[in-house]
Design a protein around this ligand. Structure first.
Ligand code: NDP
Length: 601
């Protein structure tokens, strides 16, 4: 039977207190509105998604063309899809992207301090193919954006891209076995294959705080940082804030990164917190170029796989990345879990898992005490929930910012603000006058398909995808759905989730394009999932998700769990056995050679 390592079993872990505390803190935050508490960026709020990085509206002639493949989205997902298409010889493609350039997340998110939170040597795709070595272990936004552009250049994708353009409607034409896409610029693009990679974090959301539309000062969302107002750039130097009182609303992964920079430059910063993040050590450092020179071909894939094994809670002979993520999963799982978890009675396994989680939580809370000198602020900054209830964060100057005299934590203890007035923010009846409110309130990642989708897809017989997904996603392996031939979805839905999202997207792009290559070689024109396969896969996803459901039911609300409405959450619709099992399943499926579940004609 497994036991905890000596040091852990001897520690003071007050299980009863922690259980009670986690339950109480969760209860404070449950909101019956779930995702509906958020305001969509449309109508009067649509200005929040205007593109501040382009010179103005697009002026060009509409395009009317037929290509072999249409890629929707020019972030790392779309770029990987295009690069893989290139590798199989599909070069007659069109990429449609609503931003003014490639980059996706890294086009939009230029807020001060933005950087990847997964090591850049594994997060930045196609490093060996492009011959690029990132300058830091965790590269900053400008370098990530430049890398997206590098991929675009290297694969000749700029001449194939329509920027500042959004696909609004895609319709299947059965007679010609191709899709007909319409854009908001009046383009018509016909394509045999459509690869949709519009990303889970592309649509900002706003908090439903009463009076949000009353504020007379300046406001923006972090994904559209307004440097014209703040001055400076993503490295800081925001001289425009020197005489400004600023409120940042939200304390998720984005706020963790932009708070220290804003604290440095603003006259006063109010950080409005509903739930604190877990903030562990980051440990960024410049790249050792001697190390980089020693890397052997295939190093990036090896490093990605090694990381993925470790963050799946499994053991590996080495830890190549050695960072907060791999530490976290070692502490939480692999340092004590027996090789064969079934050798331990389930109740004992649950007890040990809970203890490991509590211990990690205690370390995170002790870190707050060690750094934050103001005791009241320190208490407020301590998270009281399971480590995986929200995306864990890592930062070496966030907590320190609360030691500055010009920074105030407005700890709303799960409630959020009372309201926003013409002049500022109100909590507990106290008004804090501010000049600027910055919404670090995240994205429509855990909301229903209809809220996220900017386009309508009409499959066989005119059935819309909104209708098709009205009761939830229905896919085969996450990529295909019945009635929508040759339409392939990349991203996180009903497939294996990897914390290193670009690794996940690369695997998906390879799998999908391998199928396209096979169909082309055989002279076939349609790839479509059967309804039986889709139903079977949806049942598999539901069945396996019971464990995730039980876990999320203990969690403080967040987008992983649909803000309390678990069925709407991001994680409930993934392959719960994890990415390693999912990759193995895809590999076995390919090896079987019968392409079961798909009709390829
Ligand atoms: P999140 O959804 O993680 O955070 C939103 C924040 O807004 C939460 O703190 C939330 O509080 C708060 N909030 C929502 N409504 C209110 C309200 N009414 N009053 C006060 N606070 C409110 O969004 P982020 O943009 O921070 O991060 C989204 C994801 O993007 C991350 O999880 C990560 O996956 C990714 N990301 C990646 C980065 C990278 O790789 N470098 C950097 C930044 C983000 P509550 O917790 O109580 O709901």
């Amino acid at each position: 039977m497994a036991t905890l390592p000596q040091d852990m079993s001897h520690e003071e872990i007050d299980v009863d207190f922690l259980r009670r505390k986690y339950t109480e803190e969760r209860a404070k935050r449950l909101n019956p509105k779930g995702n509906n508490q958020y305001i969509e960026v449309k109508g009067d709020f649509s200005r929040y998604i205007d593109d501040p990085y382009v010179d103005g509206p697009l002026v060009r002639d509409a395009v009317d063309e037929t290509v072999e493949a249409l890629v929707i989205g020019g972030g790392f997902g779309g770029l990987l899809a295009a690069a893989e298409l290139h590798k199989i010889g599909v070069t007659d493609i069109r990429i449609v992207e609503k931003a003014g350039d490639f980059g996706g997340t890294w086009y939009w998110n230029r807020y001060p301090g933005a950087q990847c939170d997964i090591e850049s040597y594994i997060y930045m795709p196609l490093l060996e193919e492009t011959g690029y070595i990132p300058t830091e272990k965790y590269a900053h936004a400008a370098e990530l954006f430049a890398h997206a552009r590098r991929i675009g250049e290297q694969y000749g994708l700029y001449s194939r891209a329509l920027f500042q353009t959004q696909v609004v409607d895609v319709e299947w034409d059965d007679a010609s076995a191709q899709w007909v896409a319409k854009t908001d610029q009046g383009d018509t693009i016909k394509a045999r294959w459509v690869l949709s990679a519009s990303g889970p974090l592309n649509r900002p959301k706003l908090p439903g705080i009463p009076g949000i539309d009353q504020f007379k000062g300046h406001t923006f969302h972090t994904s559209r940082w307004d440097y014209a107002y703040t001055g400076g750039d993503s490295r800081g130097g925001m001289t425009g804030l020197a005489d400004k009182r600023v409120a940042i609303i939200g304390t998720g992964a984005t706020a963790i990164q932009c708070v220290p920079y804003t604290a440095r430059d603003a006259a006063h910063l109010y950080v409005v917190q509903r739930t604190p993040s877990t903030v562990d050590v980051r440990g960024n450092c410049p790249t050792d170029m001697e190390w980089a020179k020693s890397l052997k071909p295939g190093w990036q894939r090896e490093r990605m796989d090694n990381f993925n094994v470790l963050v799946s809670g499994q053991r590996a002979p080495v830890d190549l990345v050695q960072d907060g993520w791999t530490d976290l999963f070692r502490d939480m799982v692999s340092s004590w879990m027996p090789e064969d978890p079934t050798s331990v009675p389930p109740e004992e396994l649950a007890r040990l898992t809970e203890l490991a989680d509590f211990r990690k939580g205690n370390n995170i809370r002790a870190r707050v005490d060690a750094i934050v000198t103001n005791k009241e602020a320190a208490e407020g900054l301590k998270p009281w929930y399971g480590m995986m209830c929200k995306r864990p964060t890592f930062h070496d100057t966030y907590l320190q910012a609360f030691n500055q005299p010009n920074v105030t934590l407005v700890d709303t203890q799960g409630r959020g603000l009372d309201r926003i007035t013409e002049n500022g923010i109100v909590f507990d009846g106290v008004e804090y006058p501010v000049d600027c409110i910055i919404f670090a309130t995240g994205f429509e990642s855990g909301t229903g398909y209809a809220r996220r989708a900017a386009m309508e897809v009409r499959g066989r017989g005119g059935k819309t995808m909104t209708e098709h997904f009205a009761k939830g996603m229905r896919t085969f392996h996450g990529f295909f759905t019945d009635g929508f031939p040759n339409f392939f979805m990349l991203g996180l839905s009903q497939n294996g989730f990897k914390p290193n999202v670009t690794d996940m997207l690369a695997e998906q792009a390879e799998h999908i394009t391998a199928l396209i290559a096979a169909a082309r070689a055989e002279g076939k024109t349609r790839i479509e999932a059967t309804s039986e396969a889709v139903e079977g896969w949806v049942s598999t996803i539901r069945e396996k998700s019971q464990r995730v459901r039980r876990f999320l039911a203990t969690c403080t609300p967040g987008y992983y769990g649909g803000d309390g409405d678990i069925d709407q959450g991001l994680l409930i619709d993934t392959y719960a056995d994890g990415s390693i099992a999912f990759s193995a399943l895809l590999k076995a499926w390919r090896a079987a050679g019968d392409r079961a579940g798909l009709e390829i004609v």
